[in-house]
Design a protein around this ligand. Structure first.
Ligand SMILES: Cc1cc2nc3c(=O)[nH]c(=O)nc-3n(C[C@H](O)[C@H](O)[C@H](O)COP(=O)(O)O)c2cc1C
Length: 410
């Protein structure tokens, strides 16, 4: 008997029809030199569109200049309208929907274009800015908070108008909104700090502003860190409260990630330590020295097993009515079957698709197809590579990119 793999059954997010349940996760591409989308960015996402994903996520779309972690991140402004429209329509032509991850780095930034200190919930060190001589971060005033909400709203309006089919607000991984949620980084004593209810105030204001901008029938996703993996930080119990609050305030889907980029990235990735890859690609000598001093402690190898967040994500499944999008170590037909029988609506894949962009297509003929990703995590270091991110074993090469540029007359 012919049996359609559950990951290949069409689904919907709000009014958006998706041809199956597989979404390419946001993985910052570093293919936007000077903040402008390149041909390589199109080539990168075309792999997943051709490979059969229902939707691909363009990583880290900064909602404001001060929200861009570095100077090579796109800021959602008119200057890049034409290029973004062209990119999105080329992916639409392949039957693939496109989501944009809305990011704001808050207190940590290595963006040399900044003329003022980065700002987060509270004063402190700018963990990522040392090598740029940007040591400190300031606390946002109430005016800054209002301004940030306004920037999310404007960015959402812009992103919908250039053709994005869905928006994914980043509430996790230690970025700006996560800094407000976390008791480790939010030490405010006003209505935006203290209790979890107060720490949720800005994230919920942002969700309301984005909803106001895009309308009721447009899909909004939110990516959360279910745990920061640090004593005193956000934990799995908090995640249930956060997910419920987002659900009650009209989010369409929650992506259940974990860890933070600055405090505990290995909780997010699992597998081999990312340290060797970071050392290989980091250009700054000061940063390499820092990695050598603290890297082993900061980036310990963590055992990889498929679906490493499933038990924690199941708690969120029980707590919310909105769509739930599983992320974390899903890389084979078998693990996708497990997810869908556990009640998840969609899955996001990161590394599995970097190695094998056509995994969705493979599932049509082989329900047990599996990605060749070995979780070596060398792709993580390639964030700093001039080629942009790629699987170092099986991914896009420079030659792929050159022939694409040649065809496009770049
Ligand atoms: C090279 C690379 C870049 C990433 N960049 C982002 C990013 O920009 N935004 C984000 O939310 N997550 C980012 N992630 C995390 C992934 O979205 C995902 O949460 C993580 O890789 C676990 O999923 P996986 O096991 O399917 O890879 C990145 C991951 C990798 C490997």
């Amino acid at each position: 008997m012919n049996h359609t793999h559950p990951a290949l059954i069409p689904g919907s997010l709000n009014t958006l029809f998706l041809r199956n349940r597989i979404i390419k996760a946001g993985t910052f591409e570093n293919m936007t030199p000077g903040g402008k989308p390149s041909q390589r960015l199109e080539l990168f996402h075309s792999q997943f569109a051709d490979g059969g994903v229902a939707m691909t996520t363009i990583g880290y779309c900064a909602v404001a200049t001060e929200g861009a972690l570095n100077a090579n991140m796109m800021v959602m402004e008119e200057a890049i309208r034409d290029k973004l429209e062209a990119l999105i329509s080329s992916l639409h032509a392949k039957g693939c929907k496109v989501s944009g991850q809305m990011g704001h780095c808050g207190a940590f930034s290595k963006n040399r274009n900044l003329t003022v200190r980065p700002k987060g919930p509270s004063k402190g060190l700018n963990i990522l800015g040392f090598t740029e001589g940007m040591w400190l971060a300031d606390a946002m005033s109430i005016g800054d908070i209002d301004d940030m909400v306004g920037k999310y709203r404007s960015a959402a309006l812009f992103m919908k108008s250039v053709g994005f089919d869905a928006l994914e607000i980043h509430f996790g991984h230690g970025y700006g909104l996560c800094q407000f949620l976390s008791p480790l980084t939010n030490r405010r004593t006003d209505e935006y700090g203290g209790s979890l209810e107060n720490r949720l105030r800005l994230p919920l204001r942002v969700l309301a502003a984005v909803r106001d901008a895009v309308g009721q029938d447009y899909p909004i996703l939110g990516k959360i860190s279910m745990s920061e993996g640090r004593r005193g930080g956000l934990d799995y119990d908090d995640a249930v409260v956060i997910a419920k609050a987002l659900d009650e305030n009209g989010i369409d889907g929650i992506v259940t990630s974990g860890g933070t980029s600055t405090m505990n990235p290995m909780l997010m990735f699992r597998g081999k330590s990312i340290l060797p890859a970071l050392l290989e690609h980091e250009k700054s000598r000061a940063m390499r020295l820092l990695y050598r001093l603290v890297g082993k402690k900061m980036f310990p190898s963590m055992p990889f097993y498929e679906l490493y967040f499933i038990e924690q994500a199941k708690r969120i499944r029980k707590a919310v009515n909105c769509k739930l999008i599983y992320i974390g170590g899903a890389s084979s037909g078998r693990s996708l079957e497990t997810l869908f029988s556990a009640g998840f609506d969609f899955v996001q894949l990161g590394r599995a698709l970097l190695a094998d962009p056509d995994l969705p297509k493979q599932l049509h003929s082989d329900p047990h197809a599996a990605s060749r990703c070995t979780h070596c995590n060398r792709c993580v270091g390639t964030i700093e590579s001039p080629l942009g991110i790629h699987c170092t074993e099986y991914g896009l090469t420079l030659a792929d990119s050159e022939s694409q540029s040649h065809r496009a007359g770049e």
